[in-house]
Design a protein around this ligand. Structure first.
Ligand code: NAD
Ligand code: DAU
Length: 355
């Protein structure tokens, strides 16, 4: 019989890619628990509208009773935990929501999963997995010449977002060490691709460029991020779920480091080909604005362990991935328009008005 996964945050950017991939490959039946915050968008799941094996539940991971009921009713073989507040700039303006969802919510989910797991029969108990999706930001910031993060890099988070994700990682690992709950942790670098909410760097720049707005780079644009296409991240998560060893952590990254200025300049070159502006090259709109407080200089991830132990390799290069992403945003103006509702506009005012 097909397994069932309880997925949290499956209406968000990465979660919706994972859920859709799992349903397209008929790998698992999915119960998708999502609070539908500003970042949770049912449009992202449009393909699964008539799929009886995808059940979207509008609810909060902090609601322990609801989580316990879903576990008892659907008897999942795994919990795949994406739900989080995920945007660093929002965490600087309002850390409370991050602590509530990322730390306390993960705690509620772990407690419910543990009680459920303790009641499973032996065979199912051995196979059960709790996979926690986390970020490379928990390791803090690298200097220009430092080697990339590995699974043994000490935690050193700097933003309320990364600190809250670090807290959740520690809780997950503690449930393995203390209770033996079979957990898996993945820490991934920056994702990009279709359907990413346009407050993150790449979709924000595409959307601003096509509407003739400035392209705001924080500081001097010299911060470095390591980019991975969301489809490759989801393939890695599926592989860890299938073959990963309980209690282990796997780092996932695209070995594609770029300064923000280089990345946005490349994006502008793609836009010049696919959506030229009468006002001249898109790069002319690049504007340097006040830096993000505590802005981590550089992230870079070594995916050596997941490559070696599980045979993972990404299929997208950053160049083809960026071009495909630009094409998707140009072809899906309706999706962008629906996302750019009142909430989104208010956020843009709060974050950029004083920069
Ligand atoms: P996102 O913000 O696009 O989606 C988050 C989803 O979680 C939304 O659907 C939202 O409605 C839901 N959610 C938020 N709070 C909830 C709650 N209390 N209960 C239930 N649902 C809730 O985020 P994303 O970019 O898809 O990231 C998903 C996960 O991957 C996060 O845990 C994030 O930390 C991690 N991650 C993201 C990246 C990245 O580059 N985006 C990289 C590495 C790891
Ligand atoms: O590293 C993984 C993380 O990547 C994930 O855990 C987070 O959920 C995800 O949001 C992302 O965090 P970043 O802070 O790196 O992503 P963001 O897209 O916000 O910013 C990327 C870089 O671009 C960062 O150095 C800040 C800069 N930036 C961002 C915005 C929104 C700008 O220069 N201008 C902008 O307007």
């Amino acid at each position: 019989m097909k397994p069932t996964y309880l997925v949290t945050g499956g209406a968000g950017f990465i979660g919706s890619w994972f859920v859709t991939a799992m349903r397209q490959s008929r790998t698992a039946r999915i119960v998708n628990l999502d609070a539908l915050t500003y970042a949770g968008n049912p449009d992202n799941l449009a393909e699964l509208q008539n799929d009886p094996d995808h059940i979207l539940v509008h609810g909060n991971i902090n609601d322990g009773e609801l989580v316990a009921r879903l576990l008892a009713e659907h008897r999942p073989d795994a919990v795949v935990h994406f739900a989080a507040e995920s945007h660093v700039d929002r965490s600087i303006l309002d850390p409370d929501a991050f602590i509530r969802t990322n730390v306390l919510g993960t705690g509620v989910l772990l407690g419910a999963a543990l009680r459920y797991w303790n009641g499973l029969p032996a065979g199912r108990k051995d196979r059960f997995r709790f996979l926690h999706v986390s970020t490379d930001e928990v390791f803090g910031s690298l200097g220009p010449q430092d080697p990339p993060f590995t699974e043994s890099t000490p935690y050193d988070p700097k933003s309320p977002y990364s600190a809250s994700k670090a807290g959740s990682d520690h809780l997950v690992r503690a449930f393995f060490a203390t209770y033996g709950l079979p957990v898996l942790v993945t820490n991934c670098s920056n994702n990009y691709g279709p359907r990413q909410f346009p407050e993150k760097l790449i979709p924000l720049m595409i959307c601003n460029a096509v509407s003739g707005k400035p392209l705001p780079l924080y500081g001097k644009g010299e911060n470095v991020r390591d980019w991975l296409h969301v489809e490759d991240h989801c393939a890695a998560i599926a592989l860890v779920l299938e073959k990963g060893r309980a209690g282990e952590t796997y780092l996932i990254g695209g070995k594609a480091e770029r300064t923000n200025l280089d990345l946005v300049t490349s994006l502008c070159a793609v836009l010049d080909r696919l959506a030229p502006s009468n006002a001249g090259p898109h790069a002319n709109a690049i504007t340097f604005v006040t830096d993000r407080p505590g802005h981590d200089l550089r992230y870079a991830v070594s995916p050596a362990k997941i490559e070696r132990d599980l045979g993972w390799t990404p299929k997208h290069t950053l160049e083809t991935g960026l071009e495909d992403t630009v094409r998707w945003y140009l072809a899906n103006a309706d999706w962008v328009r629906r996302v750019q509702d009142g909430t989104y506009r208010r956020w843009m005012e709060i974050n950029y008005a004083k920069r």
